[in-house]
Structure formats: C-alpha cells, structure tokens
Design a protein. Structure first.
Length: 94
C-alpha cells in the first residue's frame, strides 16, 4: 500500500491488511478513533477508571491515550477498548 492517507470510504473496503497497512491506518485516523472513544465514554457515562477496569489496565494508560491522542496505541489496545465499550473497532474508526 502506498504511503498516503487512506480515505475514509476506502477503509472499510480493505480485506487484507499488512502490518504496515495497519500502522498507516492507525496513524492517519487516530484523532478520529480517540475522539470516538471520548464520545462513547461520555454517552455511556463511563469514566477512565471504569474503562481501564473493564480492560484490566491502568487508568493512567487510558489517560495517556486520550491526552496524547492515541500516540503509541496498538491495534490490540484499540480492540480491548472497543470490547470494553461494547462497540467495534470499525465503529471507533468511523
């Protein structure tokens, strides 16, 4: 895949992603993902502490992710956040 920003409408059409594709996807859409995490947390009245507990993680980790707009986050962590929020990774990326 070329090193260019992936357009939103193309995200959902990708069937086979390489590790580099996933990194590029995360890099280009992290503000959207973090914004949606914050939005869902607010809608469901979930605190950082509650989210971290559901993920079996530390509250400081959630705080860092939200404060740094996802810098250094992995697809595994996004998956655990999505599961804890009872949503999907694709919903977080919309």
């Amino acid at each position: 895949m070329k090193k260019e920003k992936i357009k939103e409408e193309n995200i959902y059409q990708l069937k086979y992603l390489t590790r580099d594709d996933v990194r590029e996807l995360l890099k280009n859409n992290m503000n959207i993902i973090v914004g949606n995490i914050e939005k869902i947390m607010k809608e469901k009245n979930i605190t950082q502490e509650e989210l971290s507990g559901a993920m079996r993680s530390e509250q400081q980790h959630i705080s860092y992710i939200l404060r740094k707009k996802g810098k250094g986050i992995t697809i595994n962590v996004i998956g655990r956040i999505a599961e804890a929020l009872n949503t999907s990774i694709s919903d977080l990326a919309k």
